[in-house]
Each structure stands twice: as structure tokens, then as C-alpha cells.
Design a protein. Structure first.
Lengths: 444, 372, 281
């Protein structure tokens, strides 16, 4: 009985000692001497790039990396590694920033990049972009789609460079549309609703289960609602990012329309992951609203089935021009040594140059962040007219909020949408949603 | 005397490698988490906050004190109640009631002043635990005794029932999501239609099963507590998924337990003319009680800590009715980027499980029959 | 004596119940197998049975990612982890079950405590520990087998299970061993060890499965494919555009088969009780 308490207290003492040591190591001040970028030499540096791409995208990326390694004049060697999906990468970065093992470049969504920046893990790219020796010329800077660049900015600092983006578009069954008597996809929500109801009553000729025929399948994801709200001229947040604007006329109009369509049987809530794609490809659903990155997947799904002519368009809108929701991950530069950072920047700059962009978007089915890439994609667009349709919509893009607390708000939005669709009181649900969303802002 | 000292040395020497690994990779993280929970900790360490995270989570310290007093009173009441002196028993009963009232009162107080989501999470975790464990343990016991005795196709069935545990979660989760999808043509809805009812929303339904049952028989108006005091439909679907996965797991362990019982016990029982039920009750059950104790203890720890199988079936339609404590912790780290608060929640969960385990050990541990 | 009819009825009910439960148990597995042989179109159209067996799915899954390497890695990692777990858990469970020393019960509780914290919270400190060990010891931990195996070379679950079994061993065995002049060590390795065959196999198998399916930790401690295990390789079949179910399921099958084979071999050992030869009465 005498020995045990002693042993256990030794354990506690040792543990205390160890985590105090850990504590002090994270307390250690980092040497943040300002280094003049112009004077740094990137010769022979090794750069590590963490990404979440797999399969064809990874192949395309690795090919570009290989090309850079062979052709760059500084002997910089880039090594690209699959580091898990977005969540896994965040995990690795989180522990890496505490334990010291970070890559040089990492794919990050905006809220993740902000978290890294807050922990002094991500570097402000402006120093590199403005550098006379290594930076971008004015033309090059203007060539980046401004809205994309702005999405990665926080308080005037640039914490990521966008290599690509995707937008939310309306996929529609062209053959079925014609069967219903329309020649073009709907441009207003009223037309959309009419067509949905027609679709409910008149199944597609290629549908092998005519008892099941829908106009639209609605996913509760916040991005879908964002598309609908944007298309009516609304927004999720005030322009200064100070408060959420989720309880608005536009939101109510969007949800009311969905509710009506669901009630009269022309639409349905999505019941399982990728359920809408499946139904669309089988000719049982006329419209779906999805990311453009799904184009090849929808393509092969349709090819594998009865097959029909289909295309894409901007979602219906009440605004004079279409408004599309765009999103995508950027690449952040991690704080390491000045030499490695410069070498990493040089790769990133090269990677976002139009020739590389053209190769990248063809492999990944994303859309480029550099406008002049269009000149190199003329043939590709000719072969893939749908890609061209989406490309023309890039200039009308509008992003969802990129504040740090937006992730949990997305889930709150989904929950509110479902509550309303399941019969809950719209006023009460939206009011509560706005309250809870604004509450998350206070935590930051 | 020298013998017991040598025994001590040998004991520690045998346990040393395991203790080192467990100490470094199992115990140290607990201390580390405690350290993190005392700070404002996003990715890197921030300012020292003391017990402020705990205050935010648990609410007014006075209520916490009240709860602890209430629990202490219950403990005393239990001890006196099991005493055979009548007056002690009476007092014990009184103490029990008083303690329960106190504990409940202060618990509600805590819920009001603390983090509502945390208390909801504990409620959901409790539903999950109480819903899973009895069915899992009873089911696996039944299965194990059956599989132990049948002669034909024994191996085949043993492999069959273990499949749910072995099959990768990406496959089992997708299948369950499809089975329990709100789609009118989903398997669950088709089955439900056979029974003559309307399609249900299953995993997307946040209403409690009692509320749904009431609605089914036509009662539309019911008090709020019917919805909040019972598990939701989506939680029930998640429960079914988990029981389905882990029954095979428990069965395997029980099978191992059964096969370690010396044969002569069964032979002796057969000679004495015992039938199936008698053999089960007087031979099998006591001899397998160490394993049963193991399973029930591990099940309590496991269900309170459970995460993966729950998270993967979580939908927005379930609102917050499947958010167990582990899910809350996960969200705090990955969505709110708040490692400090998450660690405080993890410590609170840890202490809860610890207390439950100690209590379970005391209550059930004595009933276990060991060979000697 | 029970009548023949009752016995038949019992047996019939038993088998009916088992078959019903069995169907429920294996449905997702069957879905996984059939999907792994379908074309993408068939998976999308939710057919029940592929028109032709697409063995090409397996070939694609294997060759697209370096599944051969991942397979080897997983085998090595799991093998090392199981070996360590069996040895350390056995030696740790014995004192907890059959020896007397001060602090035995509180120590047991402390060991159980390691099970009570969710992995979400233990990953970070463990990674920090492993990083520190990587720097402080001559052995490379990160991106190498130590980080993937040593933290798991014992766990409270295994120790607990073995302890329960060991406590069930009759005291007479220990007494007669003592009379023969054996000490604890000989008793442990000569008598207890053979008796614990079933629980040891169980522990070994569950450890193998746990190690084989582990995803979060290996992703954290590996940076290159050198030591990447199969679970990570499997994850790469889910892309943003949606899962390619037929390939995913083929990959999942490849990943599941070794576990199935192992279990098939192990479960045969769970026979009807053990014979305690050498024990009188």
C-alpha cells in the first residue's frame, strides 16, 4: 500500500515535466527577421507539396511537377505527395505546425488557410507577388480573376493563390426538355418551376421507371442555397463581413419555391449521397444543381446508361446577368526558410501560368484562375462545348463567405433547410439560423 | 516476506514493457489534453485561461457542487439500502430519493447555465449506450451459445456473423444509408409499406420514435418532452447499424470464452441429467461471466466514446439528435478550430467514463465468478 | 429425455433464426462483392447482379495505386503490432490476474483509463511524442515502422481480456505447479500460455484487424508511399466528383480478403471447450 501512491505520483511528475517541455517548445519565439525577397537564392532547394488529388488529377499534377523539375533553371526539385483528403490535410498541418514538420506548399480551403495564417504557419504572398525580380507583372496580376484572388485575402494579406475554381451550374436533360416543348434551359425561376411540373407529369422517353419522374432533386447543402440566393441578387453576408444575412427576402423566396415544388411532387429532397446524379443519369430527373467539377462524372454516368443529350447552363436568375456560386481550394505557402519559400513561390507562380493552367484544367476538370488561359483552350472547348459554356460564366462568379467560422454555419444552414422542408415554420427557423450564425462570429 | 517482495519485482518486470507503451501513448495524452484545456488554443497555444473552458461547458460551479452532493447522497443511500437492518434500509431509501431529486435539480441547473449542446450530447450518448448495450450483449450471448453447439455448418455461420465487423465501413455505411434513405423506394420504406405504413424519413428524421408512434395512431398534439426525452428515429437507425456491426464482435469474444471452459464441466452436467436451460444457467453463465463482465465494461466505455460509426451516418436531417459527445469534440477541433475547448470536453467525457467504470466495477465485479 | 420431435423443432427454429440473422449480417458484404464486379453504369442503375464479371476492376484497383506495396506494408505493420501486442499483453495481464502486489486494482483502472479518451484528442499529443522521439533517438520514427507499430504494441483491451481469462483458471493448477517447484514465470509460460490459446487468438485477430483498417494515424505519420498502408490506398478512390463505387468496392475486397482468411483460420480454434489433461477432479 505504501509503494503505489509513490509510483503514481512519479508518473504524474514525469508527465508534468514532459508536457511542460512541450509547452515551452511551443512558446519559443520564432525568429521573424524580415528578409528581403530580392536577395534570396532559391538554387537547389527541395520543395514539398501536399495535395488531396487522386487518380487522373494526381496524374496530371505529377506530370506538371515533373515538367517543372526538368525545366526550371534553379535546380529546384518539387515533390508532390498525397496527404489525405481536405480534413486529413488540415489534421497534418495542425500537428505539423505544433511539431515543426510542415510542407512548403499545401492545398487549403479559405477557412483552413486563415487558421494556418493565425498560427503564423502561412505566408503572405504579397511580398512575392510584388517582388521586382520574382513577382508578377501588372498584366499578369490583372490576368488572375479578381474575385478568385480576393477570396484568399484577409485584411489585405494574400494567404493563398488560386490555381483553379469550380462553379455551381444547372445540369439539364436536353432531350427531355425538347420533349416538354422548351428549346432552351430556363432563365427565370418561374420558367424553372413550370418545367419541373411538366417533367413530373410527362416522364422522359428514355426513363425505364416512368412512375418515378421528377423535375429537380434538391440537396440541403449550403452551397445550393447560396446559388439560389445569389441568383436572386442576395448574399449570405454583409459586404464588410461583419454579420450574416441569412434571413432575407431572397432566402425566403428560394426556400418557398423549393417547398412548393416538393409539395406538389415535382421535386424531392436528396436522400442519399450523389442521389441526384444517379437519378439524373437515369433520366428520372430533369434538372440538378451541382459543381462543374462533376462534369466528367455525370458524363460517364450518362454514357453508362440509356444515354441522352444533355448540357449545362447558369442557374435561373432574377438579376440582369447570371450569378454563379464559385468555390475551390487554393494553395498556401508555408512558413519555412526564406530559400524554400522562394523556391515554393516560383513553382506556384509557374504552376498558375497559362500553359500549365491549360494542362491542369484539362486533367482536373476545374476551371482556370487566369483569364488568358482561354486562348490556349480553344481546341479543347471546341471538343467540349459544355466546358465552354461554363467557362463563359466564370466572370459572373460570387463566393460564399470565407470567414473562419463559416464551416459550422454551413451545417446550421443545412439543418435549417431540412427543418423548413420538413414542415417547420420558415420565419422561426430562419430567424434562429441568423442568430446562431452571428453567434459563431463572436467566438472569433 | 522476501517472497512477496520478489513477487512484486517480478510483477512489475512483467508489466513494464506494456506500462511504458501505455504510459507514453495512453496516459500522457490525457495530461496533455488537460494542459491544452487550460488555454485558449487554436492551432498554437494561446493565453492561459484556467478552468474557464470547463466553466463554459458545465455552467455554474454551484450547480456542479450541488450535483456532486446529490450523487454522494445517492451513494450513501445505496449502501444503506442494501443493508438488512430495516431502519437502515428505510433511511437508505429516503436518501436515495433525496439524492436523485438533488442530482436532477442541479443537473438541470447546469444544463441551463452551461453549454446546451454538451448536455444534449450527453443525453444522446446515454440513449445510444442504453439502446445498444443490452441488445448487443443479449444478442451476442444468444448467438455465441447457438454457434457453439450446432454441429452442421458451424464454421460457415461463424464467419457469416463476423462479416459486418470485417466489412470496411465505406461499404457498410453506404449500404445502410441506402437502406434507410427517405426515398420511397428504399428498402426500409418498402418493408414499411408491407406493414401498411407511410414512407418514413429514417436517417433524416429528428423526431423521437415515441412522437412518431403517437402520430402514427393519430395523436397530433403532444407535449414537448415526448420529442426530447426519447431517442429520435435517426438515432435509432444509427443504433441498429452499430448493433449490427458489433454483435459479431462480441460473439467472437464470447465464443473464445466458451471454448476456454474445461469440457469436464459440461460432461458432468450432462451426467447429472441437466437440460439445455439448466446447463446454461448453472454451468455456462457463471463460467462465462468473466467474459461477459469484460464485454459489458468495454461496451460502456466504447459506446460513450463512440465516434466513427455514428459520424458516418450523420445527416443534416437528424439536426442534433445523433450528436454524441465525441462528435461534439470532433466538430470543435475541425470546424470551430477550438482545440482548447475540445480538450476540456474530452476531459469531462473521460471523467464521466471513469466514474461509470468504477461504479460498474463495484456493482458487477463482485458477481463475476472466477475459477478459484 | 427430450422427445425427438421437440429436439427437431428446437433445431429447426435454431437454424431458421440463424439463417434469418445470417442474411441480415451478410447483405452489405454481398452488395460489396457484387458491386466490385459491375461496370460503373451498372452500379449507377442499381442492378442487383452484374451482367458479366468485371475482373478488370480488380486489376485497375491493384495497379492504379501501388496496392502491392501497400499490401506488403500493411502486412508488416500488422504483423509487428500483433507480435508486440501478444507478448506485452500476455506478460502484463498475468500479474494483474494472478499475482499480488500493492496497487494492483488502481493500476488496472489506470490501464483501463487509456481506453477512455477519443482518438481525436490523442492523435496530436501522440504525434508530438513520436516527432520528439524521431529527433531524440537514433531510430527514425516518422515515415517508418516504429511510429506505425510501437504505439499500438499493447492496449488495455487486450490486457483486460487476457486478465479475465487468466483469472478463470482454477487455483488447483497453480497449487499443483507450486508443489512441483515452479515459480510464476514457469507457470505463466508452461501452463497458462497454452490454456489461453483462444483469447490470445482473439486478441491477435482484433489487433490485426485494427491495425489493418487504421487510417487516421497512418495518414498523419507517413508522408510518402514508402510505408503507406492499404487503408490509405483505399481512400484514394473517392474523389471530389464522387465515388467510383465499382473500383472502390474492388479495392475494399482486396483489403478485406486477408482479414477474412485470417479469421477463417482462427475461428476453427474455437472448439467445444478445452480438455484439462493432467488435472484430477
Amino acid at each position: 500500500m505504501m509503494r503505489t501512491p509513490q509510483r503514481i505520483s512519479w508518473l504524474q511528475v514525469t508527465a508534468l515535466a514532459v508536457f511542460c517541455a512541450c509547452g515551452s517548445s511551443t512558446d519559443a519565439p520564432e525568429s521573424t527577421a524580415v528578409v528581403d525577397v530580392e536577395l534570396v537564392d532559391p538554387q537547389g532547394q527541395q520543395v514539398v507539396f501536399w495535395y488531396q488529388h487522386t487518380r487522373q488529377r494526381e496524374d496530371g499534377l505529377q506530370e506538371l511537377i515533373g515538367r517543372f523539375n526538368e525545366t526550371n533553371q534553379y535546380g529546384i526539385e518539387v515533390r508532390g505527395e498525397y496527404a489525405g483528403d481536405y480534413g486529413d490535410i488540415y489534421n497534418k498541418m495542425m500537428v505539423g505546425l505544433q511539431g515543426g514538420e510542415v510542407p512548403d506548399l499545401v492545398v487549403a480551403y479559405q477557412n483552413q488557410a486563415r487558421a494556418y495564417a493565425e498560427a503564423d504557419g502561412a505566408v503572405d504572398l504579397l511580398a512575392y507577388m510584388n517582388s521586382k525580380k520574382w513577382g508578377l507583372s501588372d498584366d499578369e496580376r490583372d490576368d488572375y480573376v479578381r474575385a478568385f484572388m480576393q477570396q484568399d485575402q484577409v485584411n489585405g494579406q494574400q494567404f493563398g493563390l488560386p490555381p483553379n475554381r469550380s462553379i455551381e451550374i444547372l445540369y439539364y436533360n436536353q432531350d427531355w426538355l425538347q420533349e416538354l416543348g422548351a428549346q432552351a434551359p430556363p432563365t427565370t425561376w418561374a420558367e424553372f418551376a413550370t418545367l419541373c411540373r411538366l417533367a413530373r407529369d410527362q416522364p422522359f422517353s428514355g426513363n425505364d421507371d416512368p412512375a418515378r419522374s421528377l423535375g429537380f432533386i434538391y440537396e440541403e447543402d449550403a452551397s445550393r442555397l447560396a446559388s439560389m440566393v445569389f441568383s436572386r441578387g442576395g448574399d449570405f453576408m454583409t459586404s464588410d463581413g461583419a454579420a450574416y444575412t441569412l434571413d432575407t427576402e431572397e432566402t425566403r423566396a428560394s426556400l418557398s419555391l423549393m417547398k412548393q415544388l416538393i409539395t406538389d411532387g415535382s421535386a424531392e429532397m436528396m436522400g442519399e449521397p450523389y442521389g441526384d446524379q444517379t437519378e439524373f443519369a437515369a433520366g428520372r430527373c430533369l434538372f440538378i444543381l451541382r459543381s462543374s467539377s462533376g462534369l466528367p462524372y455525370v458524363q460517364s454516368a450518362i454514357d453508362a446508361g440509356p444515354g441522352f443529350a444533355w448540357s449545362v447552363a447558369a442557374p435561373p436568375h432574377t438579376t440582369p446577368h447570371p450569378v454563379v456560386n464559385f468555390y475551390g481550394a487554393s494553395v498556401s505557402l508555408c512558413a519555412t526558410t526564406p530559400q524554400r519559400q522562394l523556391a515554393a513561390w516560383l513553382f506556384l507562380k509557374w504552376f498558375t501560368e497559362p500553359p500549365q493552367q491549360a494542362h491542369w484544367v484539362q486533367a482536373s476538370n476545374y476551371f482556370p484562375a487566369r483569364k488568358s488561359t482561354a486562348l490556349l483552350l480553344v481546341d479543347y472547348i471546341e471538343d467540349n462545348p459544355r466546358y465552354g459554356i461554363v467557362y463563359d460564366l466564370l466572370e459572373y462568379g460570387k463566393p460564399e463567405p470565407s470567414v473562419t467560422g463559416y464551416e459550422p454555419v454551413r451545417r446550421l444552414v443545412s439543418q435549417a433547410v431540412i427543418k423548413v422542408m420538413q414542415g417547420g415554420d420558415m420565419d422561426a427557423s430562419l430567424a434562429q439560423l441568423q442568430l446562431e450564425a452571428n453567434a459563431t462570429l463572436e467566438q472569433y | 516476506m522476501g517472497e512477496s517482495r520478489t513477487e512484486g519485482v517480478i510483477a512489475w518486470a512483467l508489466m513494464a514493457p506494456a506500462l511504458v507503451v501505455l504510459g507514453v501513448f495512453g496516459i500522457f495524452p490525457i495530461f496533455y489534453a488537460f494542459f491544452v484545456s487550460l488555454h485558449r488554443w487554436r492551432i498554437k497555444k494561446g493565453e492561459f485561461l484556467g478552468l474557464s473552458h470547463y466553466g463554459r461547458a458545465l455552467g455554474d460551479p454551484i450547480d456542479l457542487l450541488g450535483l456532486l452532493i446529490g450523487l454522494a447522497v445517492i451513494w450513501v443511500g445505496l449502501r444503506w439500502f442494501s443493508n438488512h437492518i430495516r431502519i437502515r434500509k428505510a433511511f437508505g431509501a429516503a436518501f436515495l430519493l433525496a439524492g436523485c431529486w438533488l442530482a436532477l435539480h442541479f443537473l438541470l441547473g447546469m444544463a441551463a447555465s452551461g453549454d446546451g449542446r454538451l448536455f444534449n450530447a450527453f443525453k444522446v450518448t446515454l440513449f445510444y449506450s442504453l439502446g445498444t448495450i443490452p441488445l448487443e450483449v443479449a444478442g451476442s450471448l444468444l448467438l455465441a451459445t447457438l454457434l457453439f453447439k450446432i454441429a452442421t455448418a458451424r464454421s460457415f455461420f461463424r464467419v457469416l456473423f463476423f462479416l459486418p465487423y470485417i466489412t470496411p465501413m465505406i461499404a457498410t455505411a453506404v449500404v445502410f444509408r441506402t437502406i434507410f434513405s427517405p426515398n420511397p423506394s428504399s428498402l426500409a420504406n418498402r418493408f414499411w409499406a408491407l406493414v401498411g405504413s407511410d414512407p418514413q424519413r429514417w436517417l433524416y428524421d429528428s423526431r423521437s420514435i415515441v412522437a412518431l408512434a403517437l402520430q402514427g395512431i393519430g395523436v397530433e398534439a403532444y407535449p414537448d418532452w415526448v420529442d426530447t426525452m426519447f431517442p429520435s428515429m435517426s438515432l435509432v437507425c444509427v443504433l441498429l447499424y452499430n448493433i449490427w456491426v458489433y454483435i459479431g464482435y462480441d460473439t467472437v469474444i464470447l465464443l473464445a470464452g466458451l471454448s476456454a471452459i474445461p469440457r469436464h464441466y459440461f460432461e458432468a452436467a450432462a451426467i447429472d441429467g441437466a437440460n439445455t436451460w439448466q446447463t446454461f444457467r448453472h454451468v455456462t453463465l457463471p463460467l462465462i461471466s468473466p467474459t461477459l463482465f469484460f464485454i459489458s465494461l468495454v461496451a460502456v466505455i466504447g459506446t460513450f466514446k463512440a465516434f466513427n460509426h455514428i459520424y458516418i451516418l450523420r445527416t443534416a436531417g437528424a439536426q442534433d439528435t445523433v450528436d454524441v459527445v465525441s462528435v461534439l469534440i470532433f466538430d470543435q477541433i475541425y470546424q470551430f478550430h477550438n482545440a482548447g475547448y475540445a480538450s476540456a470536453l474530452a476531459l469531462i467525457l473521460f471523467l464521466t467514463i471513469l466514474v461509470l467504470t468504477v461504479v460498474q466495477n463495484r456493482l458487477l465485479g463482485r458477481r463475476v465468478f472466477y475459477g478459484d | 429425455m427430450v422427445s425427438k420431435r421437440t429436439r427437431l423443432l428446437h433445431r429447426g427454429l435454431t437454424y431458421a433464426g440463424l439463417i434469418f440473422a445470417g442474411v441480415a449480417a451478410c447483405t452489405p458484404f454481398v452488395w460489396m462483392v457484387t458491386s466490385s464486379f459491375m461496370t460503373r453504369g451498372e452500379t449507377l442503375r442499381r442492378v442487383l447482379w452484374p451482367a458479366a464479371l468485371q475482373w478488370s476492376n480488380y486489376y485497375s484497383a491493384w495497379s492504379e495505386e501501388d496496392f502491392g506495396l501497400y499490401f506488403e506494408n500493411s502486412l508488416m505493420i500488422a504483423g509487428l503490432t500483433v507480435a508486440g501486442t501478444l507478448l506485452f499483453s500476455l506478460t502484463a495481464a498475468y500479474p494483474l490476474a494472478r499475482m499480488r502486489f500493492p496497487g494492483r486494482e488502481p493500476l488496472f483502472l489506470l490501464i483501463l483509463a487509456t481506453l477512455m479518451v477519443p482518438e481525436t484528442v490523442t492523435m496530436v499529443p501522440n504525434f508530438l511524442t513520436v516527432s520528439w522521439l524521431h529527433r531524440a533517438t537514433p531510430l527514425a520514427w516518422i515515415n517508418n515502422w516504429p511510429a506505425l507499430t510501437i504505439p499500438f504494441m499493447t492496449n488495455a483491451f487486450s490486457i483486460f481480456l487476457l486478465r479475465q481469462f487468466m483469472r478463470g483458471i482454477p487455483g488447483e493448477l497453480w497449487d499443483s505447479a507450486r508443489i512441483d517447484g515452479a515459480g510464476h514465470l514457469r507457470f505463466l509460460f508452461q501452463i497458462v500460455l497454452p490454456l489461453c490459446r483462444a483469447p490470445l487468438l482473439t486478441v491477435g485477430m482484433f489487433t490485426f484487424i485494427g491495425s489493418w483498417n487504421a487510417l487516421g494515424w497512418p495518414l498523419l505519420v507517413t508522408n510518402t508511399p514508402t510505408w503507406r498502408p492499404i487503408a490509405v490506398g483505399l481512400q484514394k478512390f473517392v474523389s471530389e466528383a464522387g465515388p467510383e463505387v465499382h473500383l472502390q468496392m474492388a479495392g475494399a475486397m482486396i483489403a478485406t480478403i486477408p482479414v477474412l482468411v485470417l479469421y477463417g483460420m482462427v475461428q476453427k480454434e474455437f472448439t467445444e471447450g478445452i480438455s484439462m489433461s493432467g488435472l484430477k477432479g
